[in-house]
Write a protein that binds this ligand. Structure first.
Ligand SMILES: [Zn+2]
Length: 328
């Protein structure tokens, strides 16, 4: 399989190329990562997944295709757990058989500039070299964001080397053109792949062999000006081992407060106890999909909610969710 790639052979001492997948909450980063891992890339890829809540749903969705996905939880790798990211990258580089490529899924609130900064630390430069920042953009949602979220989405565009403009099936041509114009105004000349479910060409995304000529190479000057803390979000998790009355739960999950920017997780429903249902809320769009049987996984409802700090009454949501538990 490995013979299939015509990328230049890597020297054992070359720094490992690193691809960062960035983009706002719910844009499709996990979907892109799954697409990359499912493709015939022919490389030994290590995956780092940063979900800033305490339970990492994304890593769980990824570990089904890559057993070695590494979780970075309880913080954001562009700021609060920057050192954890550096530590993991150095550890991977020191392995007897280090990965040939590292892909990092950043949290949806991360500013790529903060991640770039970590790769300019002297100790990291010897071991790993940023190849590119891929920013995934939700074409339906990105122009609907309120002030501070919008500023963060702009920072994610400004930090990108390549864009995956996703969910184009959910918008009309006029909206799509508005999003394209917004992106090219912010960051002209950057390639845009327009996709449904992040089906972008993996060779272009991973850009094997591009590392030596990219903007992060050793001669590049990179200035970290205007690096501001991003808006604070808070996460809250709900776990229940009692099966949930599906229709009641659906009512609650489709009537969450507007300030809830993102929610996701698994549902253990009373009506279909053997099926693992996946709930996704992005902006105002809620979906529930059937992910198959639970298999080895213990059936339980595990939901993660993300909202702007102080904007949501989580105890009220907890009460509403508790009321959905099926009577024994
Ligand atoms: Zn951060």
């Amino acid at each position: 399989m490995r013979e299939k790639t015509d990328a230049p052979k890597m020297d054992r001492n070359d720094p490992i190329p690193v691809t960062v997948v960035a983009g706002f909450l719910g844009a499709g980063k996990t979907t892109l990562l799954n697409h990359i891992l499912h493709s015939d890339h022919g490389r030994r890829i290590a995956v780092l997944v940063n979900d800033f809540s305490a339970i990492n749903i994304d890593a769980e969705l990824i570990s089904e295709v890559s057993e070695s996905a590494i979780n970075l939880t309880n913080g954001c790798i562009c700021c609060t757990i920057r050192m954890d990211l550096i530590g993991e990258v150095l550890r991977l580089a020191d392995l007897p058989e280090p990965p040939e490529h590292i892909v990092i899924e950043s949290s949806g609130v991360a500013d790529p500039a903060g991640i770039v900064r970590s790769f300019f630390e002297q100790e990291v430069r010897q071991s790993a070299l940023l190849d590119a920042i891929i920013t995934v953009v939700d074409s339906e949602l990105v122009l609907e964001l309120s002030d501070e979220e919008d500023r963060l989405a702009q920072a994610q565009i400004l930090g990108g080397d390549l864009f995956v403009l996703n969910k184009i099936d959910l918008v009309d041509e006029v909206t799509l053109q508005k999003v394209r114009d917004w992106m090219t105004d912010l960051r002209p000349g950057v390639p845009i792949f327009e996709t449904v479910k992040c089906q972008a060409p993996v060779e272009s995304i991973l850009g094997f062999g591009r590392t030596r000529t990219n903007r992060f190479n050793s001669d590049a000057k990179y200035e970290f000006i205007g690096l501001e803390p991003h808006p604070s979000f808070e996460t809250w998790t709900y776990i229940s081992e009692t099966p949930m009355a599906f229709e009641l739960l659906q009512q609650v999950l489709t009537h969450l407060p507007k300030s809830m920017v993102r929610a996701k997780g698994f549902i253990y429903s009373n009506e279909r106890r053997d099926r693992r249902l996946l709930f996704q809320l992005v902006g105002r769009r809620a979906t529930i999909s059937d992910e198959g049987k639970w298999g080895e996984i213990e059936p339980q409802t595990r939901l993660v909610f993300i909202a702007r700090k102080g904007s949501c009454n989580f105890p009220a949501i907890e009460k509403a969710l508790d009321a959905c538990q099926a009577k024994r």
